[in-house]
Design a protein around this ligand. Structure first.
Ligand code: F6R
Ligand code: ZN
Length: 191
């Protein structure tokens, strides 16, 4: 089948800074600060202290040069999740299902350490370790959230997913994930 003229995208390349987790020339740059995570952490008072006394620090950034959100294309991004805790809970991304639920995603960890925590609407839970050089496969129908467990190093990941996937934040602000990740006495605890 011959692709239509609009479907014919010219090949292109994009520079990535693998250590800092940035794109020098992104078209989209998402920044989420502590205040954007209201409602998500177990210790809401600790989050308010971080916003008021800690200067509302950046939690994570996502850099993209988008492609058409049509089936057949692959979307990709590089992201940096800062280290830190809210109370004892490790910094995390909001987490989402895909709006097209039957779409998967690949996460490649480039730097740092943490987990990709995942859940299904039926109550299943999984936590896969993220360390440099480790890839995590998120199957269709699994909501996913990155968690940085390092005390001092950013968690940098590169993601690839079907361009039509979209984001569905759904019940996650209210329901969270079945387990949370804490750092206590220098150790990481999932409970
Ligand atoms: C895309 C994807 C990532 C996240 C990003 C921010 O499907 O999984 O690009 O969107 O890590 O996380 P959220 O969107 O949960 O704030
Ligand atoms: Zn996703």
């Amino acid at each position: 089948m011959t692709p239509s003229t609009t479907a014919l995208l010219k090949p292109f390349g994009v520079a990535l800074e693998l250590d800092t987790g940035r794109m020098p020339e992104p078209r989209n740059h998402l920044v989420r600060r502590a205040s954007d995570l209201r409602g998500y952490y177990a210790d809401a008072a600790a989050l308010e202290r971080l916003i008021a006394d800690g200067g509302d620090p950046v939690h994570y950034e996502v850099f993209e040069v988008p492609v058409p959100n049509q089936p057949g294309h692959l979307m990709y991004c590089i992201s940096t999740l800062q280290p830190g805790v809210v109370g004892e809970e490790c910094f995390f991304t909001k987490g989402h299902y895909h709006a097209v639920p039957g779409t998967a995603e690949v996460y490649l960890c480039l730097r740092g350490e943490g987990y990709l925590v995942m859940k299904t609407a039926e109550g299943a839970f999984a936590a896969e370790r993220m360390t440099r050089g480790r890839m995590v496969y998120v199957p269709p129908h699994w909501a996913h959230r990155s968690v940085n467990t390092s005390p001092d190093e950013p968690l940098v990941s590169f993601c690839v997913y079907p361009a039509e996937a979209g984001h569905n934040y759904g019940d996650i602000a209210v329901e969270g994930f079945p387990k949370r990740v804490y750092r206590r006495d220098g150790r990481c605890v999932i409970e």
